[in-house]
Design a protein around this ligand. Structure first.
Ligand SMILES: [Zn+2]
Length: 303
């Protein structure tokens, strides 16, 4: 594993894509609390892929690699592989400013490092990639290739987390829903077990039961990032069968395609924080300058 922090940014400049005019619509789902409302796609807005900045965060570090799989592999390796595939696919699809965020060192320092780098890059969206395990009380023992390992086949499936303390909670929830729907459209089912009492301090509030989006307000990378932020537990690697699936190119392609779809839909509904380079030149036309202003802030109501 690499020992140095890597923060790879595409150096390619955005092309001469035309500026898009954003029409902000006010929209409210009947019967839903204010914090649960997602931003609707704005009419007539197309996604400026070359201007959109997505940070794909690789969960954990080589030094503090997260969960162990049923066969003794580390979560960090799964995260790095899937996040790299996501980054490559998005760049291929025209999202040239997609960056892969890899940090090193102990957990706490790497968390503040991730947030600082994401905020410093003025990203439009932050997506953290993880693979799931279970609380220790669920672990059983088995032997694999002559060695004893822990496993639990009790749960399987992905889960999506957002924080109501994020600076753009409605945006986070909007992307979480898009991602959940895109995964579901590919036959992938989220795990509902985070709602159960037996999860103890890991019990979470399911805020979208269709898309499988949970609230996890305290997560540092979700609450301290200044752009919409979502954490994806892509699947359970402590589950013996799902560990094998998570290592398969077929499952990886499904997840990569779902993320790409969700990013495209999200991008099409948002004003880019960093419109194309031409608009930044000194002396640019007032109309172009106006387009650089941040979109109207939406303050999430706290529960
Ligand atoms: Zn993790």
């Amino acid at each position: 594993m690499r020992s140095k922090t890597r923060f790879k940014a595409s150096l390619r400049r955005a092309g001469t894509a035309s500026l898009v005019l954003l029409s902000l619509l006010s929209w409210q789902r009947a019967g839903e609390p204010a914090w649960a409302q997602a931003t609707p796609p704005a009419k007539g807005v197309v996604c400026d892929r070359a201007a959109f900045r997505l940070v794909v965060d690789v969960g954990h570090t080589a030094d503090a690699p997260g969960a162990r799989s049923a066969r003794g592999a580390v979560e960090y390796d799964f995260n790095l592989r899937l996040a790299t595939l996501i980054e490559q696919k998005l760049i291929e699809t025209g999202f040239e400013k997609t960056v892969l965020l890899v940090t090193d060192g102990p957990k706490r320092r790497s968390l503040t490092d991730r947030v600082a780098r994401a905020n410093g890059s003025s990203a439009d969206l932050f997506l953290s990639i993880h693979h799931d395990s279970v609380p220790d009380s669920f672990l059983e023992k088995w032997e694999f290739e002559g060695e004893e390992h822990s496993f639990s086949d009790r749960f399987h499936g992905h889960s999506i987390f957002v924080s109501a303390d994020n600076a753009d909670f409605p945006g986070s929830l909007q992307f979480g829903r898009l991602l959940g729907s895109a995964l579901e459209a590919r036959g992938l089912r989220y795990t509902p077990h985070y709602t159960e009492k037996f999860m103890g301090h890991r019990q979470r509030l399911l805020i979208d039961a269709e898309a499988g989006v949970y609230r996890y307000d305290q997560l540092i990378v979700l609450k301290n990032t200044r752009m919409p932020a979502v954490l994806l537990e892509a699947g359970s690697i402590i589950n013996r069968d799902e560990e094998l699936q998570m290592g398969s190119p077929e499952r990886q392609s499904l997840i990569v395609a779902a993320v790409t779809d969700a990013v495209e839909s999200f991008c099409a509904s948002r004003r880019p924080r960093n419109p194309h380079q031409a608009a930044r030149r000194p002396g640019a036309a007032p109309a172009a300058k106006a387009a650089l202003q941040p979109a109207a802030a939406v303050s999430p109501a706290k529960r």
